[in-house]
Design a protein around this ligand. Structure first.
Ligand code: ZN
Ligand code: ZN
Length: 346
C-alpha cells in the first residue's frame, strides 16, 4: 500500500509499505479520506508529546471495512466507518470511567494505542484498528465530512463536561475546525449567543455562515467594545480556547465573568502561559481541560450532524490526493488560500 512514512521529526515521504493485518479484535479499513489536524503539525515538528517514531500519522479519517478479526461481529466488509484515535487500555481507572483519551497506560503497548500517534494511522491506503474505535458513517455523510467527526467529538465532550446552560454567552478563541465546531455545538446545546475571535477574516466569514452571532477580527476590532455594545456585561459565561495558543489560554481566564467556566480544547505544543490563576479562587472560576474526544462522544457528534443543524462543508476547504501529502501539509500548516481543514483522499 501507499502510505506517509514519518521516520523522525521533519523527515517524511509517501512510499510503499506492507499492508497491515487485523488482529482478533481489529478491523482492516480501506482508508478513503484523512484530514490534517493541528497536532499533526506538532508531530512532524517533533513537538507532540508521546509520539512513537517512525510511524504513519493521521488520526481523523474515514473508510470502508475490508475484513474483520475473528472476535469482531459489529462490522462487515463494505461498511462505511468513521474513527476515533485513542484506544485506551480499558482497565485503568480513567478508561473504566470513559476517559480513555487520558488512559493511565498511555503509550504502553500493546495494551494502549493512539492511532496516528503511537501506532500507524490513516494517511495510508489501509489501516488496522481496534473495533472500539469505529463508528458507523451514515449513508448521507460523505467520507470527507466524516473526517470531521473526530474533532466534533472533542467539541461535544468538552461542552458537555463544562455544561452549556440555556442562554449562555460563549466566547470562542479560534475559528479553525475545533472553534467552528465548538461554536455550532454550543448553539446546538442551548447557548444564547456565541462570539468567535480570530485573526483571519475569511474564517470569520465562515463562522458567520455557520451561525455565529458575533465575530471579532483580532487586531482590527476591539473585543471589549464589541462585547459591551452587545450587552455582554461582566463577560462571557463560558470562554473556550480552540486555537492552541498559550497566551489565549490565559486570556480565557482573564475574560470570563465572575463565577464563569473556562474550557481549554487546544493543544499548544508545550509552552506554558503566565495565567491569572488568582481569579480561580477570588472570582470562583472553573477550568475544564479536554484531550481529544472520549466518552463515546464521536457517536453523539454523528447523531447531531444527522439532525442537519451542524454543517461541515465550509470547514473542509481543500482536498488533495494522498501522494500530495507534502503540499497538503504546507497548505494546512501555512493556512494558505484560506485553508481551514485539508483532507487527503487515500
Ligand atoms: Zn486531531
Ligand atoms: Zn486506560
Amino acid at each position: 500500500m501507499r502510505a506517509v512514512y514519518v521516520e523522525k521529526p521533519h523527515s517524511f515521504e509517501v512510499k510503499d509499505m506492507p499492508d497491515p493485518r487485523p488482529g482478533p479484535d481489529e478491523v482492516l479499513v480501506r482508508v478513503k479520506a484523512c484530514s490534517f489536524c493541528g497536532s499533526d503539525i506538532h508531530l512532524i515538528e517533533g513537538k507532540m508529546p508521546g509520539v512513537v517514531y517512525p510511524l504513519i500519522p493521521g488520526h481523523e479519517w474515514t473508510g470502508e471495512v475490508v475484513s474483520a478479526g475473528e472476535r469482531v461481529d459489529e462490522f462487515a466488509p463494505g461498511d462505511r466507518v468513521a474513527t476515533e484515535s485513542h484506544a485506551g487500555c480499558g482497565r485503568c481507572r480513567n478508561c473504566v470511567r470513559g476517559f480513555y483519551t487520558i488512559c493511565e497506560n498511555y503509550g504502553r503497548r500493546p495494551i494502549h494505542r493512539q492511532v496516528g500517534m503511537t501506532t500507524n494511522g490513516g494517511f495510508s491506503q489501509f489501516c488496522a484498528v481496534p473495533v472500539k474505535l469505529l463508528h458507523r458513517l451514515p449513508d448521507a455523510m460523505s467520507f470527507t465530512a466524516g473526517t470531521l467527526m473526530t474533532t466534533a467529538g472533542t467539541a461535544v465532550v468538552g461542552l458537555e463536561r463544562c455544561g452549556v446552560e440555556t442562554g449562555d454567552r460563549v466566547l470562542v478563541y479560534g475559528a479553525g475546525a475545533v472553534g467552528l465546531l465548538t461554536m455550532q455545538f454550543a448553539r446546538f446545546l442551548g447557548a444564547g449567543e456565541v462570539c468567535i475571535v480570530d485573526t483571519v477574516a475569511s474564517r470569520l466569514e465562515t463562522a458567520k455562515k455557520l451561525g455565529a452571532e458575533i465575530t471579532v477580527h483580532a487586531g482590527v476590532e476591539e473585543l471589549d467594545t464589541v462585547l459591551s455594545e452587545r450587552g455582554w456585561k461582566g463577560g462571557p459565561d463560558l470562554t473556550v480556547e480552540a486555537a492552541g495558543v498559550p497566551a489565549l489560554q490565559a486570556e480565557c481566564i482573564r475574560r470570563v465573568r465572575r463565577g464563569g467556566r473556562v474550557l481549554l480544547l487546544g493543544i499548544t505544543g508545550g509552552e506554558e502561559p503566565p495565567a491569572p490563576l488568582n481569579r480561580l479562587s477570588l472570582d470562583q472560576i472553573t477550568i475544564y481541560g479536554i484531550r481529544g474526544e472520549g466518552d463515546f462522544s464521536v457517536e453523539r457528534a454523528i447523531r447531531a450532524y444527522e439532525s442537519g443543524r451542524i454543517d461541515s462543508a465550509p470547514i473542509n476547504t481543500h482536498t488533495f490526493p494522498l501522494e500530495e501529502f507534502r503540499h497538503g501539509f504546507e497548505v494546512f500548516g501555512g493556512k494558505k488560500d484560506d485553508a481551514i481543514k485539508v483532507v487527503l483522499e487515500c
